[in-house]
Design a protein around this ligand. Sequence first.
Ligand code: PRX
Length: 612
Amino acid sequence: MIDWQTPFEQVLDDSKLPFARWFVGGKTNLCHNAVDRHLKDRPDQKALVYLSTETGKEGSYTFRELHAEVNRVAAMIQDLGVAKGDRVIIYMPMVPEAVIAMLACARIGAVHSVVFGGFAANSLATRIDDAKPRLMITADAGMRGGKQINYKPLVDEALSLSKHPPEKVLLFNRGLDRDMAVQAGRDMDWETLRARHMDARVEPVWLESSEPSYILYTSGTTGKPKGVQRDTGGYAVALAASMKHIYTGQAGETMFTSSDIGWVVGHSYIVYGPLLAGMTTIVYEGLPIRPDPGIWWKIVQDNQVNIMFTSPTAVRVLKKQPPEFLHKYDVSSLRSLYLAGEPLDEPTARWIAEALQVNIIDNYWQTETGWPILSSVPAVEDLPRKFGSPGFAAYGFDIKLLDERSGEEVAVNEKGVLTAVPPLPPGCLSTVWGDDTRFVNTYFSNFENVLVYSTFDWATKDEDGYYFILGRTDDVINVAGHRLGTREIEEAVSAHPNIAEVAVVGVHDEVKGQAVIAFAVVKDASKVATSEAMAQMQKEVMATVDKELGAIARPARVCFVTLLPKTRSGKLLRRSIQALAEGREAGDLTTLDDPTALEQIKAAVAAWKSGK
Ligand code: PRX
């Protein structure tokens, strides 16, 4: 399924668990497998179709054209000093050049780290400091819902905040930001460099299977995002296999994944997965409801899409729209719709299954694993699906549901922590970038008596063996399928000068799965003395989060209190706050320090619910 330049000598080295090395000694290259390998059989097939309902631009690249373009960009970044093992941060909107930049890095063995374009300067700076990139690739601006977001000022700010700024910035100018400032000597224009390398040919750099292909930052319980490090050979094999067995994509077919290249779903199923499989992939910049809620189905019709992948939130958004848009287009090419990133509730699954008359496949996984942990595996055995369940463990994952305290396996239908016995299968994270200790401590040290990988998700398994995901065991919030750390958001809120302390929780939301709610203590109470003042303060806090972290983490509501519920030893009772915010009982309060703190949370929630 993939080409090896040098065959591997050993399938698995598990001598240093929980570290595992797959296909030891084998040499391969992701870009070669995604692009060059198809030049023989399908050079003139479309490899990448792009369209933007934000700018109106659209077009496509055949595998031959993609190959030529990737070679040009590989030569450009080599010219800028990038070599094997160097990191390159890609901070780009959903334009084809972003995918080409990723493939160009992979081609020369550089380690890309794509940062989602919705992250603010501070978040970008944190990632720059951790990855220490040689180069940053960016664009003048992105667009969302008709609104332009200028990237370059954010990049400039991030670079000035950073302790390890790259020497060069490769700037793809879309012509959106006419006032863009350019720093001579540092900022290099994409088109100008491209013109110098039109006929470039850059041989792929063959990497040993375990050498890193990319870093992708993700949130956890601490304020510092973790750099999930992916290998090369294991990832290529895992993705190629998942395309065949789970996503049932055939070479020559078309896949449309509506994520963003800044997320793991984008890495695996916009870029590498479909291209490895010889499929056409669709790169879409735009919302599912603009210019109207039929846009996705138009894309399916126009491109004869066979396999589609999106998030439950997007489907819930579409469910609220007039139904005629679903029937306006011919979607008969579509076989299956895959949904992941957050729990897929039964009514949503049922609605879209009936509306589209296709297979609906809920698949559960994480940035860390790179491909599904739990899923139907229809090309191997197409077992009946139960709505609300992502099915069974995918091949390669030895899943155990463990009791949080004892580490023993729980009984049927009992709630346990979803864990996997190492070695993790190919494609999963090989370590945390630059921090092996953190890899072991974060993921493999949650149970005293057993060495297991913890997903930090609660789950049950029913009598028929179907798993059900119940939510996170840690303080991670999942808004519209985006993973956000409470600690990160709290740090962002605290950047407002009048905030003394804050607790952030995820509260059930009908469309987005969860919404971010902040309970904040202000330093100067006069600033929240009237409802107008409170509204003003709320606005300011939201703007602070936008600036510090990015609008995706903006709290839907900021409630002001004078005290937060804590244990006598000073630990925030976040689970109790969340329970109250969701209208449930606060739970075990034996360690609560001051009961009036809970009364305040209750009152704040009541005021919020009554629309005050
Ligand atoms: O809590 C689980 C939830 O999303 C988390 C992983 O998010 P991320 O790293 O962004 O990777 C998304 C890859 C699809 C998980 O720990 N999650 C993901 N898929 C599902 C899910 N929860 C329920 N059902 C799912 N299918």
